[in-house]
Design a protein around this ligand. Structure first.
Ligand code: PLP
Length: 394
């Protein structure tokens, strides 16, 4: 199952999928699985989405790639659409989430140097995840992904998540702070949902101290939390917002959006990407945004998210090993009182794809288009599995 020709950076489950349709996947043996992970919040519109399929086919008939040295129609249309839906002003396109955050980090450093701050600092949070490049792993609040890669990039300060006094103290302590970078809900860190006013307080602090508020919406964006972007729950605007994962529904694309002073920093020659925003990726993303607009997917996702949460809560009720069940829209974390990584394999046997993050938290990121029959199956299978596992872990 695991190839000797591939660097073993991933612990892979013993399955190969050959086909998908909506929330279903089929393996080489023809066994069907319910996908409650969506390729880690990527295939939010489900597998083999007809609109995305058609857009990719059509684009590949005419042009896959030119260069950012020329204007690209699909890129311009996507940028217009994204800024309209987000309220932001302009966009830099990349190919992944880490690269979108790289753009945000570079932009924050330029912002600092424009203010004559020689050594600009960016505040990020403990348990955060911002990517695996050197800058983004330095930004992340997770020693495990940093281990072995020292020296890390300088210029990051970590504070506890959902802790406004700690953030205030760090701003006081480091005169070179230029930006705050946070996830609206921490994904990899265990699906940590902050207090409802957390982002608003960060906004106020950033305004008071002239800092850029930068939101990593790579996992939370594109409808995942029940709004197009998670900050839209809070009626605020960040200065910078990064996207990737669900933006292309499986076609690699990332974006760094900015507004106001932050939108004026990445000027001629300051950044680039060969593939970033190419016709193929942008056509896929345009099809994703069209589908979200036309089909009321996001409002439905909010309702389905609440339905899954209450069904999970009642079917896991009375299980003394459940520490907490957290959710925002279609992001779910079920925290157990013990490490439970082996649940992913047990769920796979039952035909269900889930993930365990931060050792003890079962994470669900189902496609937003999952239907109610599939929701029943998901909740029944998973709660049966977890309850059984807590009684008898083997
Ligand atoms: C997945 C993720 C990233 C990294 O995205 P890649 O496309 O894997 O580089 C960054 N931030 C958050 C919040 C993520 O969930």
């Amino acid at each position: 199952m695991t190839s000797a020709y591939i660097m073993p950076t991933y612990g892979r489950l013993p399955v190969t999928f050959v086909r998908g349709q909506g929330a279903w996947l089929w393996d080489t043996q023809g066994k069907r699985y319910l996908d409650a992970l969506a390729g880690v919040a990527v295939c939010s519109l489900g597998h083999a989405h007809p609109g995305v399929h058609a857009a990719i086919c059509k684009q590949s008939e005419t042009l896959l790639h030119t260069s950012n040295w020329y204007s690209i129609d699909a890129q311009e249309r996507l940028a217009a659409k994204l800024t309209e839906k987000s309220g932001m002003e302009n966009v830099f396109f990349s190919n992944s989430g880490a690269e979108a955050n790289e753009a945000a980090i570079k932009l924050a450093r330029l912002y600092g140097h424009h203010k004559n701050i020689e050594k600009p600092y960016i505040i990020t949070t403990d348990k955060s995840f911002h990517g695996r490049t050197m800058a983004t792993l330095s930004a992340s609040g997770n020693a495990k992904i940093q281990d072995g890669f020292q020296p890390l990039l300088e210029g990051f300060v970590h504070v506890p998540y959902n802790d406004v006094p700690a953030l205030e103290a760090a701003i006081q302590q480091y005169p070179g702070v230029v930006a705050v970078l946070v996830e609206p809900v921490q994904g990899e860190g265990g699906v940590n949902v902050p207090d409802s006013g957390y982002l608003n307080k960060i906004r106020t602090l950033c305004d008071d101290h002239g800092l850029l508020m930068m939101l990593d919406e790579i996992q939370t964006g594109i409808g995942r939390t029940g709004k197009f972007l998670a900050y839209q729950h809070n009626d605020i605007m960040p200065d910078v917002c990064t996207l990737a994962k669900a933006l292309g529904n499986g076609v690699p694309i990332g974006a760094c959006l900015a507004i106001g002073k932050a939108a004026q920093l990445l000027t001629l020659g300051k950044h680039g990407s060969t593939f970033g925003g190419n016709p193929l990726a942008c056509s896929a993303a345009l099809a994703v945004l069209d589908a979200l607009d036309n089909d009321d997917v996001i409002n439905q996702a909010q309702l389905k998210g609440n339905a899954i949460y209450s069904a999970l809560t009642s079917s896991l009720e009375g299980n003394p090993h459940i520490v907490d069940i957290r959710h925002k829209g279609m992001m779910f974390g079920i925290e157990l009182d013990r490490p439970c990584a082996d649940l992913t394999l047990k769920a796979l046997d039952l035909g269900l794809l889930i993930n365990v993050t931060y050792e003890k938290t079962v994470r669900l990121l189902p496609p937003l288009i999952i239907d109610y029959e599939q929701i029943d199956l998901l909740v029944t299978t998973l709660s049966g599995l977890i309850n059984g596992y807590c009684r008898d872990p083997d």
